[in-house]
Design a protein. Structure first.
Length: 841
């Protein structure tokens, strides 16, 4: 407020206020200006990367103007805001998205052409912002797009990693990880060197009594690290709303401590301190669905949570409202348990720093937070050791113990003399060492807990969180089935299909109301429409075939059936079953006479995905896929009938090319293990069919599109436990076709069998935890049905179009509206340009 320009000088400001470019000329002027000034280049040395940079900067400037107005508007309106806390935001590229969302891609295309560039080439210059591992991080990115597009006042909070997810190279069939140093040039962020927060670590707790005789705790000593804010504007589609993603970067605090070292001549060690502080936000942990309990990871979590809460609380305090109104102005959503310390931090701020009574504070905390669970896999449920938290965050550990004490006391009152129950639900696991169960803390400290697809939400209620349903009642637990943004995953990734759909559904309205896709059903039999549809799919396949040729050297035929499985490599996702199936297909083809072979349907098996660097089995799977490809792709008997390719470095921008080119994609997790899956939705939305298990969102996709339009197979979630038990305690006979595949691997057909011994024995000798053998027969049979169905191209096309028409439910807009109404209690802030004035008082 004190930085606000006084009335007499405002006239000058208003006279010179910047406005965004409005036409092609204005756009070109900005591009040239950035080339000549920001980039210090000229028309004599402007390559595609400089053109990208200048174009991105022109759009960035445009976005930040709307960003400013949006923040003003939301402050003026005193709206309740939602804060989405996520350690991962898998944003991908920003330029194409920004141009489409502000409705100026055509203008930019024409402008760039006049300046000598093709817009497609310029877009390709951008490095993905890959601050995430997989589905969880991409979900956060889709949510930001929907929040802005629906005009919700919302901020994302995350970490500004210097290194995002590693770049994957495939060398001799093995995955090699290369660091992703992406900040070299990032035009999409605004450093806010004036927005900083000092974050404390270590130290000790001092107890004292105040004048009224109340015990007060203060956390003192230890060391301080500075959090610096970097803001990334998030433009909504076809709306001026431009929300904020605030990412925190760590650096050394310039406190007295450093100075003393410096003065005493210990310059080297003060530089070392500097570097140590910077390591906090240096690197994204590359694990998906796995908790490794590393100290630096806990430091990241607290650093990010404490900076974000300080920021949120600072904003609330400006309003001068009483604390009890905090939950009326602030909703905080926890993307998995990674930000659970926020619950403890808010309680600490309210009790220790603001002097509220424990119960009053706790009430505010619980009403502020919501927690989303994304997995039931035991190895992914976060636990932190008590000694580690004690060391790093001594006051927080005390608060956790107090929260647990009061919680267990209330459970004891509700269910007297039930020690087993107390042990089961306790936030502290009485192990050696003791562990803090973050999911339990998140449940106790939130007013709503949700799963991400119906089956998953049912499973958490009946398995891992069963006792909490007894304690808190069923209403605390809810489902919000995941969704995807149709802007990026249809309009941007598949512009021709988007245009065709627009021509039949009455314009672009389906991009903001995806249920309008249903109008497509009227055209299922329209000859011309079908022809165009098929042409678009074919063109997308041609484009992917070119990419495959360029990156792997393998020639694939665009008329073959493209069978795609792209996602993180994980045993529960069962890429091993897919490659075993491909081997089976190969052996079957080899055993045929040339005449028989002629009648077979050509197929391309396409894989992509990263393995966590420490996940040995996942790396073995990648290796086998590549080795199978090396054999099959060079077998003269086979030719086009089967190709197996592994696409290097699967990421968001590659997904935008791969997904629209798929005929069938694989979502084949062991039933009950994939919480939702979101690429399944993307593939169907782009006119591909899917083969899948009855798991995650596959089930709801089936309900929406009809069971004739999906290829389901395999055991059901309800039977998994019994089957696992039978493997371990009964006799376990391996499926005969699978045994044949194993024999071939062991004969050395695909390289040294020792390299794949782990994969084979996990199924054959170690209990087949993921039920590969149990599902294999059904998997092969269903693939035979896929072949058969694909032979009838007309029927196939009907299935594809019908499915797209019925995908309206899976927009992340629907999903965000459900969160807004059922969990956050927030309303959109509709933009009324006339009401807007220059600045808040
Ligand atoms: I926990 N998910 C992820 O990508 N990484 C994780 O560490 C965890 C969950 C995923 C689930 O595996 C998907 O089923 C789900 O669709 C996605 O989160 C978004 O909810």
């Amino acid at each position: 407020v004190e930085a606000s320009i006084p009335e007499p000088q405002r006239e000058a400001w208003l006279k010179h206020q910047t406005s965004p470019f409005k036409d092609k000329d204005g756009f070109e002027r900005e591009v040239v200006r950035h080339v000549e000034t920001t980039l210090a280049r000229s028309l004599y040395n402007c390559d595609e990367s400089a053109a990208y940079a200048a174009c991105a900067l022109a759009f960035r400037d445009r976005l930040i103007l709307e960003w400013n107005r949006t923040q003003q508007r939301q402050t003026f309106a005193d709206s309740k805001r939602v804060y989405y806390l996520s350690l991962e935001f898998l944003m991908g590229r920003a330029l194409d998205n920004a141009m489409l969302n502000v409705g100026q891609k055509d203008l930019a295309k024409a402008g760039l052409a006049e300046l000598g560039f093709r817009i497609e080439d310029v877009i390709q210059q951008e490095h993905d912002a890959a601050l995430g591992n997989g589905g969880l991080g991409r979900l956060a990115a889709c949510f930001l797009d929907s929040l802005a597009s629906l005009n919700y006042p919302a901020w994302g909070y995350g970490l500004r990693y210097r290194y995002g997810i590693f770049k994957q190279e495939i060398i001799d069939g093995y995955q090699v990880e290369v660091p992703d140093y992406w900040l070299d040039f990032n035009p999409w962020e605004f450093p806010r060197h004036d927005v900083t927060v000092d974050i404390q670590f270590y130290g000790h707790v001092v107890k004292s009594t105040d004048e009224s005789g109340k015990t007060v705790c203060r956390w003192e000593g230890g060391e301080t690290v500075k959090a610096v804010a970097y803001d990334v504007p998030i433009p909504g589609y076809d709306t001026p709303t431009t929300n904020n993603l605030r990412l925190w970067s760590s650096k050394a605090a310039s406190g007295e401590f450093d100075f003393q070292k410096f003065n005493s001549g210990d310059y080297e060690s003060s530089v070392a301190d500097q570097q140590r502080a910077e390591t906090i936000s240096a690197v994204l942990y590359p694990n998906d669905n796995l908790d490794r309990g590393k100290e630096l990871r806990l430091k990241q979590q607290y650093f990010w949570v404490a900076a974000s809460l300080y920021d949120i609380v600072r904003r609330f305090k400006k309003s001068k409202r009483p604390w009890k109104e905090f939950p009326d102005k602030v909703a905080i959503q926890l993307n998995d348990t990674h930000p659970t310390l926020a619950i403890v931090e808010l309680q600490r701020i309210l009790v220790d720093l603001e002097g509220l009574e424990w119960d009053e504070a706790w009430n505010i905390v619980v009403n502020t937070f919501g927690y989303t669970n994304h997995t039931v896999l035991p190895e992914a449920l976060e636990k932190w050791s008590v000694p580690l938290i004690q060391h790093l965050l001594p006051r927080h550990l005390q608060i956790i113990y107090d929260v647990n004490l009061f919680f267990l006391q209330s459970v004891e009152r509700q269910f007297p003399n039930n020690r087993d129950l107390l042990r089961e639900v306790s936030i502290i696991e009485e192990s050696q060492p003791k562990m803090v169960r973050m999911a339990h803390l998140a449940i106790v400290g939130s007013h709503k807990v949700n799963g991400v697809a119906e089956l998953h939400s049912d499973l958490i209620k009946t398995t891992i969180f069963k006792d909490f349903v007894e304690i808190f009642g069923p209403d605390k637990f809810t489902n919000v089935t995941n969704g995807i943004t149709p802007r990026r995953w249809l309009h941007q990734a598949n512009p021709r299909l988007s245009e065709l759909i627009a021509s039949k559904t009455g314009g672009k309205g389906f991009l903001t109301d995806l249920t309008l896709l249903s109008k497509l059903e009227l055209y299922v039999d329209d000859k011309e429409f079908r022809k165009e549809w098929a042409e678009i799919k074919y063109a997308n396949k041609v484009r992917l075939a070119k990419h495959i040729k360029a990156t792997t050297g393998v020639t694939v035929s665009p008329s073959a059936l493209f069978d795609v499985q792209v996602k993180r490599i994980h045993e529960y996702k069962r890429q091993q079953m897919n490659i075993f199936g491909a081997i089976h297909r190969y052996l079957t083809l080899k055993a045929m006479t040339p005449e028989e072979r002629q009648k077979q349907l050509p197929r391309v098996s396409i894989f992509g995905g990263k393995a966590a660097p420490g996940y040995w089995m996942a790396k073995q799977i990648i290796h086998l896929i590549n080795n199978v490809g090396a054999v099959v792709n060079n077998d003269k008997d086979i030719g086009d009938l089967l190709k197996v390719v592994f696409l290097e470095d699967y990421n968001v921008s590659k997904a935008e090319m791969i997904i629209p080119a798929s005929d069938i994609s694989e979502h084949i997790s062991t039933a009950g293990t994939e919480a939702s899956g979101t690429s399944n939705m993307k593939f169907v939305l782009n006119g591909g069919l899917i083969i899948g298990t009855c798991d995650g969102a596959n089930i709801e996709i089936t309900r929406e599109i009809g069971e004739n339009n999906i290829f389901l197979f395999g055991n059901l979630a309800e039977d998994v436990e019994e089957l696992r038990h039978a493997h371990l305690y009964g006799q376990h006979t391996i499926d005969a076709d699978l045994a044949r595949v194993f024999d071939e691997i062991e004969r050395g057909t695909f390289g040294n069998p020792q390299d794949f011994a782990g994969m084979v024995s996990a199924v054959r000798d170690h209990g087949d935890y993921y039920l590969v053998s149990d599902d294999f027969h059904s998997y092969l049979e269903t693939h035979a049905l896929v072949d058969e169905a694909y032979r009838d191209q007309e029927q196939w096309l009907t299935k594809c179009i019908t499915s797209v028409a019925r995908m309206g439910f899976f927009s992340s807009d629907r999903c965000i509206n459900e969160y807004a109404e059922g969990i956050w209690n927030i309303e959109p802030l509709v933009v009324d340009r006339d009401k807007e004035t220059a600045a808040p008082k």
